[in-house]
Ligand binder design. Structure first.
Ligand code: ZN
Length: 376
């Protein structure tokens, strides 16, 4: 009945995409990736727009089956073209098939997911082939926080009835994602007073000593029961061993399950005070991605998706709240019913052993086709 690609064609297409390396910090690689996807979408009869987000990052790619003048709220699909793997990773981790697994950098997270969604949309390119218009937005900077693309994601979310996100399905069962923690970052700079560590130790005010207190205070904000984690990820300070250090800086990752917890953590971080005398703290903290909470509307969307998955040949469950953020956090926070983890089934995101499970590709593609065709 449908003209969807088969497993062999899907594997060949995904492999071609994986050979185009597109780490977040390599705009030329992402631009090349965008061109490959854009050409494929245009060849299928979809409308394509590539726009620049500045020279520091790759372009934004937008693909749609909207008829000209159709401004109805539609289905927003979100994907990211960037990967966490630096240029050259292909040399040590070549694209290859081993048994049921398709290996290659950025395949599971998330080029295979984009490939599935785009293949489904390509088969439904004709306006009217889907009950709702479909907007597919592919960003170049998700792995580094979507700083340049966030405003565009939110602009499209403002006219979305549903959001579907191509992040990988959870390992061991291919579950989807309805709840994600919010993610934030704090940068703390401590300023002390330099002095000769031998001749005038008492005149110095060690920024490292002060930072040691602050690190413990920050890490103590972790509350596993509430789902709050705070992790000092990097730290640097001092200049030479025989000077009392006047500078120290740390960067901290934090995760929160809901806005109440986010506000508590932000307040406690802003209220950090110096423990020792004559030192200054400079605190810069922000919530990057708000928490994605499973709302009633998201649960209703999940129920519909479960029906489509069953028709496509597999059971779809949702995973417990995950600590990793994604662009789903942005659409969910704007009140758009959002399902994430709809991409490829496999395992090993952000590692060299990431892989896609080849035997699941066809039914996941069928699932995408049903989602796009039938959601109303
Ligand atoms: Zn991803």
């Amino acid at each position: 009945m449908s003209n969807l690609p088969n497993t062999e064609q899907l594997v060949a297409g995904i492999q071609q995409w994986l050979r185009c390396e597109s780490p977040s910090n390599y705009p030329e690689g992402i631009a090349a990736m965008a061109r490959i996807i854009a050409d494929q979408a245009a060849a299928a009869g979809l409308t394509v727009e590539v726009s620049s987000l500045g020279s520091a990052t790759g372009p934004l790619l937008y693909v749609t089956n909207r008829a000209p003048g159709d401004t109805r709220p539609g289905i927003l699909i979100l994907g990211h073209m960037d990967t966490v793997h630096p240029v050259g990773t292909l040399l040590e981790n070549p694209v290859r098939i081993e048994g049921d697994r398709l290996y290659g950098p950025g395949g599971y997270d998330m080029k295979a997911g984009i490939y599935l969604a785009l293949s489904a949309l390509a088969a439904l390119a004709r306006p009217g082939a889907t009950r709702l218009p479909v907007d597919f937005l592919m960003v170049p900077d998700e792995e580094t926080g979507s700083h340049a693309s966030r405003v565009h994601i939110e602009r499209f979310a403002a006219n979305a009835k549903y959001a579907l996100v191509c992040e990988p399905a959870r390992p061991n069962g291919g579950k989807c994602v309805t709840a994600r923690k919010g993610t934030g970052m704090l940068t703390l700079n401590v300023k002390g007073r330099p002095s000769h560590a031998g001749m005038a130790h008492e005149k110095g005010r060690s920024a490292i000593r002060e930072m040691a207190h602050q690190v413990l205070a920050l890490e103590a904000m972790t509350d596993y029961e509430r789902g709050v984690t705070v992790s000092v990820g990097t730290i640097a300070g001092g200049t030479v061993t025989n000077t009392v250090p006047a500078q120290c800086r740390c960067v901290v990752d934090f995760r929160v399950p809901d806005m109440g917890a986010a506000e508590d953590v932000l307040r406690r971080m802003r209220e950090l005070c110096a423990v020792g005398p004559d030192v200054e703290l400079d605190i810069d903290v922000e919530l990057n991605r708000p928490p994605m909470v499973k709302t009633e509307a998201a649960a209703a969307l999940l129920a519909l998706a479960q029906g489509y998955a069953e028709r496509a040949g597999f059971p779809l469950e949702d995973a417990p709240m995950t600590g990793g953020g994604s662009d789903a956090n942005f659409t969910s926070a704007l009140g758009v019913p959002t399902l994430d983890g709809l991409g490829a089934d496999g395992d090993g995101a952000h590692t060299l052993h990431e892989y896609v499970l080849v035997p699941t590709l066809e039914m996941r593609l069928k699932f995408w086709e049903l989602l796009l065709k039938e959601l109303a």
